[in-house]
Design a protein around this ligand. Structure first.
Ligand code: GLA
Length: 387
C-alpha cells in the first residue's frame, strides 16, 4: 500500500485535482457465522486491512474510477436508463452508487481511485470494504450526511440486489461502525451493538487457507444456505406461529419440532440456533475474561459449521486442527462466509511469536500451501484520512 499522501499525489497526477481520501476496513468474525441473515447475533471486529477511495466531484453525472490493483479505468453514467451488472469489481462500485440514488440521495459525478490491502476472496470482507469506502466517498463528495447504520444497509442492499449475493448485514455493519480495540456484539434484528474489549492477554490471529472462496463454492452455496434457513422457518411456523426468523427458535424448541423438517434442513437450522446461543455465551465469557471458555465455543462453532452447515473445506479443517494442537491456543475456527478463506484463532499473547511460524510450517507440510498468517488489532470503522 502507498501512504495516504502518496495515494493522493498519484490521484492528482492522474486526475489533476487534490482528492479527499476515505477508508473502510475488512473484518474478522470471532464467532456467529451465518446468523446475521437469521436476525441473530454476531461478534466481528474491524481489521486494520482496508480499502481506500479517493474522490473529487465532477460537474456531470459520470463516475470515472481507476483501480490501482487492476490498473484499469472504467466509467459509468448515474443516469443510465437500464444499468446492467457486469459480473466484475465495478458492480460493487456502480451498484452502491445506484442504490444510494434509489434511496433518494442525489449524487454528483466523481473522479475516483481505489486501492486495498484487504485480501480478495479470503473471507475478510473485501467486498464490503469496497462498497463502504465507495458509498462513504460518494455521499461525502455530494455533501450528504448519512448515519453509519443507513450506509451499511444501503451497501448491503447493493450487494443483495445488484451483485446478486444475498449477504446479511455483518460485513457492511462492522466496516461502518467498527471500534478500535474492540469486537462488537451485534444484534442483527435491532441493529444495535455493544462494544466488547479484547482481553490484553490474548491476540486474534487470522490464517489464510489460500483456498479462494469464489472458486470453492461462492455465492451459489451461500444463497442455498440462506434458502434452507428460510425453508426451516416456513416449516416450523405451523407449530411455532410466533417465529419470523431462526433467531426466535431455541435449540430446545428445534429438538421438539425436528420431525417437521427434512434432515438436511434440520441440520442447517441446528447450526444457526446453536450458533446464536454460542455467540451470547462467548460474549459473556470474553467480557468476564474467561478466554478458555471463549476458545471452547470457537471450537464448537467450527464443528457445527463443518458438520451441520457444511461450509468448511478440507484445507480449512486442517488449518483449524493444526492450530488447536499448538501451545497457547484457546480456540480456532473458520471465519466468514466459508468454502475456503481464513481461520481465526485466539492465542495467548506471549505464544503468538512461536505460533505463527509453527502453523505456517505445519500447514505447508500437510497441504503444500503457504498460509499468510497475522495477528490483528481491531481497527476503526469507515472514516476520512488526512492527506
Ligand atoms: C459473508 C456475508 C455475511 C455473513 C457471513 C457469514 O461474509 O457477507 O453477511 O453472512 O458471510 O457469517
Amino acid at each position: 500500500m502507498p501512504t495516504a499522501q502518496e495515494f493522493a499525489d498519484e490521484f492528482e497526477r492522474r486526475f489533476g485535482a487534490r482528492p479527499q481520501v476515505f477508508r473502510a476496513p475488512g473484518r474478522v468474525n470471532l464467532i456467529g457465522e451465518h446468523t446475521d441473515y437469521n436476525e441473530g447475533f454476531i461478534l466481528p471486529a474491524a481489521l486494520e486491512y482496508e480499502t481506500w477511495a479517493a474522490a473529487v466531484p465532477r460537474s456531470d453525472r459520470k463516475l470515472i474510477i481507476h483501480s490501482r490493483a487492476r490498473n484499469e479505468t472504467r466509467s459509468f453514467d448515474l443516469d443510465a436508463v437500464s444499468p446492467q451488472p457486469l459480473g466484475d469489481w465495478t458492480d460493487y462500485v456502480y451498484g452502491t452508487a445506484l442504490t444510494l440514488e434509489r434511496a433518494g440521495h442525489r449524487l454528483t459525478g466523481a473522479d475516483m481511485m481505489i486501492t486495498s490491502s484487504v485480501p480478495i476472496g479470503a473471507g475478510l470482507s473485501s467486498s464490503a470494504a469496497l462498497e463502504v469506502s465507495i458509498g462513504y466517498a460518494l455521499v461525502s463528495t455530494a455533501g450528504i450526511s448519512l448515519d453509519p447504520v443507513s450506509l451499511a444497509l444501503t451497501c448491503q442492499k447493493a450487494e443483495n440486489d445488484y451483485v446478486g449475493m444475498r449477504c446479511g448485514i455483518m460485513d457492511q455493519y462492522i466496516s461502518c461502525l467498527g471500534v478500535a480495540g474492540h469486537a462488537l456484539l451485534i444484534d442483527c434484528r435491532t441493529l444495535e451493538s455493544r462494544q466488547v474489549p479484547i482481553d490484553a492477554g490474548v491476540r486474534i490471529v487470522v490464517s489464510n487457507s489460500m483456498v479462494h472462496h469464489q472458486l470453492a463454492g461462492g455465492a451459489n452455496e451461500y444463497n442455498a444456505r440462506r434458502a434452507a434457513c428460510e425453508e426451516g422457518v416456513r416449516l416450523l411456523q405451523p407449530a411455532l406461529p410466533a417465529i419470523t426468523a431462526l433467531r426466535d427458535v431455541t435449540p430446545e424448541l428445534l429438538e421438539v419440532h425436528k420431525g417437521l423438517l427434512p434432515e438436511l434442513v434440520y441440520r442447517r437450522c441446528r447450526h444457526i440456533v446453536t450458533e446464536n446461543a454460542r455467540v451470547l455465551a462467548a460474549e459473556t465469557a470474553l467480557s468476564g475474561g474467561d478466554v478458555v471458555r471463549f476458545g471452547d465455543l470457537m471450537d464448537q462453532s467450527h464443528v457445527s459449521m463443518r458438520d451441520d452447515y457444511e461450509i468448511s473445506c478440507a484445507e480449512v479443517d486442517i488449518l483449524v486442527d493444526l492450530a488447536r494442537k499448538l501451545p497457547g491456543v484457546y480456540g480456532s475456527r473458520m471465519t466468514g462466509g466459508g468454502f475456503g478463506g481464513c481461520t481465526v484463532s485466539l492465542v495467548a499473547a506471549d505464544a503468538v511469536g512461536a505460533f505463527i511460524p509453527a502453523l505456517r510450517n505445519a500447514y505447508q507440510t500437510a497441504t503444500g500451501l503457504v498460509s499468510t498468517i497475522f495477528a490483528c488489532s481491531p481497527g476503526a470503522g469507515v472514516g476520512r484520512l488526512s492527506v
